[in-house]
Write a protein that binds this ligand. Structure first.
Ligand code: ADP
Length: 511
């Protein structure tokens, strides 16, 4: 199989994609031709796909590994072709990425560097799919060539999945005994349920703290594996950012007070003149994710801020972004640590942090959640003086906010109506089943009170109990011997649709 660009190909021997058939290194490597030959050999031998494209996205050179991945058969056909025809991607959920939305093609066209390990390459060879790591590397100005490298990461993904599955199962299993240990230690420490001396109390308190830490670690691990598996998807809704952040901050006031740390929500509108009309900041986010992000940041701020100091939480507008700011006057983070704090399991290691418990997962979760909502998170810090964490999201205009609110309300109503309909149908089926299996016990119509045609209201008492009292039984009934038919159970009665459920089902429409 030939592999390089047409020009190069004329000078080179055809090279098959297997390593065994790679040509041997020429004796004399001291001249340019031989250097090119060596480069050719190297490109033929490596297992990563390499494609060189020009500024018009035309393929100038392609190596055997790339040919294998893309499923292209003939290099003569590929060289000179638009790279969009050779590399086609799906996202991890199996959705085809159209050319006009492809981040790889965009990076090639705009001559920008790009890197991703979340794309799936669809091969022309039987539509085989490979999870890949892709790099786009500009080599110079706008007219220069771009290098695209594509690496098959099927094995890494499989190993990651197995690891994630193991951690998820293990932490799930271990959470239960840890909760039980925590519960018993709580009982032992409670003077109303146990009597212990002071020394035992100190030991048990230490054990209680450690078991709480372990419980948090397992919970964080579970959250992380769910995140990595993308099991939890955001369910977006339009919100007024300040309202939400104020509410989350309020949930931590007690915790901060217990540590003698002052926690304040900095409301800019409160300090401005009465005549200033503050424009609310609207964003489109998942409320649970937002809660988790801001709670983690405030929790950390409390944890890493010594007693007597303060924490300020605020919301500000920065051009087209709404920004949440959590600022503390705590221990701070060194420049070296600051680069890593959002990595999984990373903890700054110094005398102060060693004394403060932690899992190194909180900020990783913050980053993942933020990015899942197309947001950005970053931190600034002066070691010994304090840290500030920022989370920003694209703002919605008031008009967009209102439109999405209306769409959400409509969708909720539709959901409710559908739930009501399902419930009515389930009730009717249940009633019919009952009539067939135990005719004498089936509820008889009671037209004066509730017409049979309107079964919308669920019976407050189970029907079989009411029936015998209202209608004297003619035949002896032996319910135990009656064949038992499964009775459909509606998941929840009308009017009790949890809002978050409704919103979850909603996202496709309001997004
Ligand atoms: P942890 O459970 O260790 O707090 P995180 O992922 O939340 O894990 O944070 C990672 C590390 O970042 C922490 O171990 C700590 O060193 C540092 N860090 C996070 N927040 C702060 C803060 N507000 N002040 C100082 N250091 C912080």
């Amino acid at each position: 199989m030939a592999l390089f660009g047409k020009k190069a190909e004329k000078k080179q021997q055809p090279v098959a994609s297997s390593l065994s058939s790679v040509p041997t290194v020429p004796q004399n490597t001291a001249n340019v031709a031989n250097t090119a030959s060596l480069a050719h050999i190297a490109l033929s031998a490596i297992k990563d796909g390499v494609i060189i494209v020009d500024s018009q996205r035309m393929i100038r050179l392609i190596n055997p590994a790339a040919i294998t991945l893309t499923g292209d058969i003939d290099v003569d056909l590929v060289v000179g072709m638009d790279v969009a025809l050779s590399i086609q991607f799906e996202d991890e959920d199996g959705n085809k990425i159209p050319d006009d939305q492809s981040p790889v093609l965009h990076a090639i066209s705009t001559n920008q560097a790009f890197e991703s390990n979340n794309l799936v390459l669809v091969s022309k060879n039987n539509n085989k799919k490979f999870p890949v790591e892709v790099f786009v590397i500009p080599t110079g100005g706008p007219e220069s060539d771009r290098i695209v490298t594509v690496r098959d990461i099927t094995r890494e993904k499989r190993e990651e999945d197995a690891q994630s599955e193991f951690i998820s199962t293990a932490s799930h299993e271990m959470r239960t005994p840890v909760a039980s240990i925590e519960g018993y230690l709580g009982l032992a420490l409670n003077p109303q349920t146990a009597t212990i001396d002071n020394r035992a109390k100190t030991y048990l308190e230490a054990a209680h703290n450690a078991s709480q830490h372990l419980g948090k670690l397992f919970q964080d691990l579970l959250d992380v594996t769910k995140l990595d598996d993308r099991k939890i998807q955001p369910h977006f809704r339009p919100i007024i950012l300040a309202d939400q952040i104020k509410e989350i901050t309020n949930n931590f006031v007690e915790k901060a007070r217990a540590k003698n740390v002052q926690l304040v929500y900095d409301d800019p509108s409160a300090s401005r003149s009465m005549r200033t009309i503050e424009q609310p900041i609207y964003v489109f986010v998942d409320i649970d994710f937002l809660n988790e992000i801001v709670s983690n940041l405030i929790d950390n701020a409390i944890k890493y801020t010594p007693s007597g100091k303060s924490i300020r939480v605020s919301v500000k507008s920065d051009n087209d972004r709404g920004v949440i700011v959590v600022q503390d006057a705590g221990i701070g983070i060194t420049g070296a640590d600051l680069q890593h704090i959002f990595q999984k399991f990373y903890r700054a290691d110094n005398s102060q942090t060693r004394e403060i418990g932690g899992t190194g997962l909180g900020l990783y979760i913050v980053k993942q959640r933020t990015e899942a909502m197309n947001g950005t998170v970053w931190a600034e810090s002066v070691y010994g003086q304090g840290s500030t964490f920022f989370v920003s999201f694209q703002k919605l205009s008031q008009d967009e906010y209102e439109k999405r609110q209306i769409a959400l309300t409509n969708e909720l109503q539709l959901q409710k109506a559908q739930q009501m309909k399902q419930y009515q149908e389930a009730t009717m089926v249940a009633q019919k089943n009952l009539e067939q299996t135990m005719p004498a016990m089936a509820p008889q119509p009671a037209p004066a009170i509730q017409p049979a045609s309107t079964p919308a209201v669920p019976p407050t008492q189970p029907a079989p109990v009411q029936a015998p009292a209202a209608q004297p039984v003619q035949q002896p009934v032996q319910p135990q011997q009656a064949p038992v038919q499964p009775t459909p159970q509606p998941s929840y009665p009308p009017g009790q649709i949890s809002q978050s459920n409704a919103i979850q089902n909603n996202q496709n429409i309001i997004q």
